[in-house]
Design a protein around this ligand. Structure first.
Ligand code: NAD
Length: 500
């Protein structure tokens, strides 16, 4: 695997070959810290290219499905090892292409390594059930079967980790895959696919089609030979994907947005809560589905918490994530920069206090990229748009509350339900919060980010449609159950009738 630093001219990966878009059209991936730096040029694919990739996946399916689970697992384990051997180079590439600071980029690659090793273990598990039959001399059991060709559509904020969360379990279960990665991070996705190829994944088992969502992404969802769609992205796009899948009666798994909150109660360790808030709100420049974009603080500690938060936020260093000492990198692109900035106007307009930041950063080298100053609003109430809508940038809001009841109600007051956290030293309060916070993930005395791959990941309400990725049940998303009855009695036996 080569991770060169000059711009590359890539094709789609179809049946192990590099293939340009049939239309000949291309798009560029750029470094968000230095917008003039082109990372690579990629095919701008459409339905014709997607069809080609689906056909390759369909052709590869029978042999891959017939490959024993432990052999498929061995390839996935080797892919994790290839990622591990190239971790530093991949992390550097990720910082250049996506912008997150290097330590976080290493974490992103590590998550994919963890996922590969974890899922490879399923090769010798993939347990089914054997249950008693109600009839004599009859056997009843289950086994997993793959869907066939599945489509995976991924966002740019975890450009290697999120593809790994979908592709590893999908191929482990015997499916073949068409991956349409985000247009902002195509090279990371290509390198991930190359790691699988280097590990021995047969051609056509994983195909990668680059391009924009409305043509390449939509074509994956609509293709009649794509049996299931796994999508991570925004609520707006998720709704479109879900509607199409509904019409076509396809399985559709959605991992969507978040408006996550840290609740800081009066008895909390305030310094620990500030540590968590800084990491949760400004890690990945706030571009995490689990970002701590709301800080709900009980009155007795509000002043202390806010003062320390503002002081430490002001000290964060903005810059190229490859530079030592940088805490916050750029945001992904100019459109996102403008969108984040527009929310600063929204917050001001609805009466919140802009306590810090709130501007596009243009000092020195920052003007070469898409940087936004870490931003804190105070005096924010639950009904405000900046407390309800996903900004997806380095903006967080401080919301004062008067009681635990108010804090839990505020935390639960958005359309999202991904990750909520509570800081308290009271065991009873902690368990009440665990029980009453309506989200897929709850943290106690830790920020809203930091999920590990061995527990399920996903959210309630509009964060998704009830599915979970990762964790001990990861395969459930990517396989279907087959129930098998073997009657060795030699006579007709009728269930529910011949039971006496
Ligand atoms: P997005 O919805 O704009 O794009 C996601 C992917 O969908 C991209 O690959 C895009 O090309 C594709 N796409 C766009 N339009 C499409 C269409 N009509 N049909 C099919 N595919 C289409 O999201 P984004 O800006 O890339 O990512 C940010 C969003 O992702 C945020 O809302 C964030 O919260 C969410 N996210 C969620 C999770 C999670 O696990 N819950 C994780 C990371 C990011």
């Amino acid at each position: 695997m080569s991770v060169a630093s000059r711009a590359i001219d890539a094709g789609n990966r179809i049946a192990g070959q590099s293939v340009p878009a049939a239309s000949g059209r291309t798009f560029e991936s750029r470094n968000p810290a230095h917008a003039s730096e082109v990372i690579g040029v990629f095919p701008r694919s459409d339905a014709t290219d997607v069809d080609r990739a689906v056909r390759a996946a369909r052709d590869a399916f029978p042999a891959w499905r017939a490959t024993p689970w432990p052999q498929r697992a061995a390839i996935i384990l080797r892919a994790a090892e290839v990622l591990e051997a190239n971790k530093e180079d991949l992390a550097r590439l990720m910082t250049r292409e996506m912008g997150k600071v290097l330590t976080e980029a290493r974490g992103d690659v590590q998550e994919a390594i963890d996922m590969g090793k974890f899922i490879a273990g399923e090769g010798r598990r993939a347990f089914g059930e054997t249950v008693p039959s109600e009839l004599r001399d009859k056997w009843a059991m289950t086994m997993r079967q793959p869907f066939g060709v599945v489509g995976c559509i991924t966002p740019w904020n975890f450009p290697i980790a999120i593809p790994s969360w979908k592709v590893f379990p999908a191929v482990m279960a015997g499916n073949t895959v068409v991956l349409k990665p985000a247009e902002d991070t195509p090279l990371c996705a290509l390198r991930f696919a190359e790691a699988l190829e280097e590990a021995g994944l047969p051609p056509g088992v994983l195909n990668v089609v680059f391009g924009y969502g409305e043509d390449a992404g939509a074509a994956v969802v609509e293709h009649r030979d794509v049996a299931a769609v796994y999508f991570t992205g925004s609520v707006e796009t998720g709704r479109i994907v879900s509607e199409t899948c509904g019409r076509l009666l396809k399985k559709c798994s959605l991992e969507l947005g978040g408006k996550n909150a840290i609740v800081v109660l009066a008895d909390a360790d305030v310094e620990l809560a500030v540590d968590g808030a800084l990491w949760g709100a400004f890690g990945t420049a706030g571009q995490r589905c689990t970002a701590s974009s709301r800080l709900i603080v009980e009155q007795p500690v509000l002043h202390d918490f806010t003062e320390r938060l503002l002081e430490r936020t002001a000290a964060l260093r903005l810059g190229d994530g490859l530079d030592a000492g940088v805490d916050v990198g750029p945001v992904i692109n100019e459109t996102q920069l403008r969108r984040i900035d527009s929310y600063t106007d929204v917050g001001r307009g609805e009466g919140a206090t802009l306590a810090l930041g709130g501007a596009v950063a243009r000092d020195g080298a920052l003007a070469e990229g898409w940087f936004y100053t870490p931003t804190v609003f105070t005096d924010v109430t639950p009904a405000m748009r900046i407390a309800q809508e996903e900004i997806f940038g380095p903006t967080t809001v401080v919301m004062p509350v008067r009681s635990l009841d108010d804090a839990l109600a505020a935390a639960n007051s958005t359309q999202y339900g991904l990750s909520l956290s509570v800081y308290t030293n009271d065991l009873r309060t902690a368990f009440r919060a665990i029980n009453e916070l309506h989200s897929g993930i709850v943290y106690v005395n830790a920020p809203t980010i930091g999920a590990e791959i061995q527990l399920p990941f996903g959210g309630t309400r509009n964060t998704g449609n009830g599915h979970r990725e990762a964790g001990g049940h990861a395969l459930d998303e990517f396989s279907e159950w087959k129930s098998i009855y073997v009657d060795y009695s030699g006579r007709l036996q009728r269930a529910q009738i011949d039971t006496e």
